[in-house]
Design a protein around this ligand. Structure first.
Ligand code: GDP
Ligand code: MG
Length: 220
């Protein structure tokens, strides 16, 4: 479904240099929890009910305004790699935020959250921020993971938590915006305490990847 036109327009927007910050965000979780649908809902405001395999698209770009800052989000989809649990470490490089997703109608996807969290901690930058998202909350009748269990796991892992639906457009925008705010909060906190990973004395992954914010004072 990722046509050549999509890819070209994505490239065009990603070449736009007019922004204050750029954040690389990854959506991660078991196959078929709704990662691609979630990204399409957010970036294109569309939903395709048929199962869509993720082939030939790496990321989508969306620019948003938060607190007077123009923030360009480069949001990566897994291109189907998660099906084989073979997500390359290169995928994690430079990521400042993660949406770790499970499906509230699928116990296995919830059980796997712990493993995905370990992967994030192993391969990503220490200060990367994570939001846990229980997707498909429109399917209440088929729910097997209660909101309470989701929240408890998020608390245990130290992540914020949302239930969402890519299908009914519930909490999709809110998830991304909260993640961006958390990243901004962390950035300004790190600058306050002169964290060398952010100030550049010792470059963190987002700085080595040419994805560093052009300004270092985050007023978000
Ligand atoms: P991915 O493998 O994690 O990228 O999952 P997909 O985005 O391809 O979605 C897998 C299946 O779940 C597809 O049939 C989607 O239409 C469906 N799906 C995704 N999100 C939702 C949702 O919020 N609600 C419902 N009911 N179905 C969804
Ligand atoms: Mg997919």
């Amino acid at each position: 479904m990722a046509s050549a036109t999509d890819a070209r327009s994505g490239q065009k927007e990603s070449a736009d240099q007019n922004f204050d910050y750029m954040f690389k965000i990854l959506i991660i979780g078991n196959s078929s929890v709704g990662k691609t649908s979630f990204l399409f809902r957010y970036a294109d405001d569309s939903f395709t009910p048929a199962f869509v395999s993720t082939v030939g698209i790496d990321f989508k770009v969306k620019t948003i305004y938060r607190q007077d800052k123009r923030i360009k989000l480069q949001i990566w989809d897994t291109a189907g790699q998660e099906r084989y649990r073979t997500i390359t470490t290169a995928y994690y490089r430079g990521a400042m935020g993660f949406i770790l997703m499970y499906d509230i109608t699928n116990e296995e996807s919830f059980t796997a959250v712990q493993d995905w969290s370990t992967q994030i901690k192993t391969y990503s930058w220490d200060n990367a921020q994570v939001l846990l998202v229980g997707n498909k909350c429109d399917m209440e009748d088929e729910r097997v993971v209660s909101s309470e269990r989701g929240r408890q796991l998020a608390d245990h892992l130290g992540f914020e938590f949302f239930e969402a639906s890519a299908k009914d457009n519930i909490n999709v925008k809110q998830t991304f915006e909260r993640l961006v705010d958390v990243i901004c909060e962390k950035m300004s906190e790190s600058l306050d305490t002169a964290d060398p990973a952010v100030t550049g004395a010792k470059q963190g992954p987002q700085l080595t990847d040419q994805q560093a914010p052009p300004h270092q004072d985050c007023a978000c």
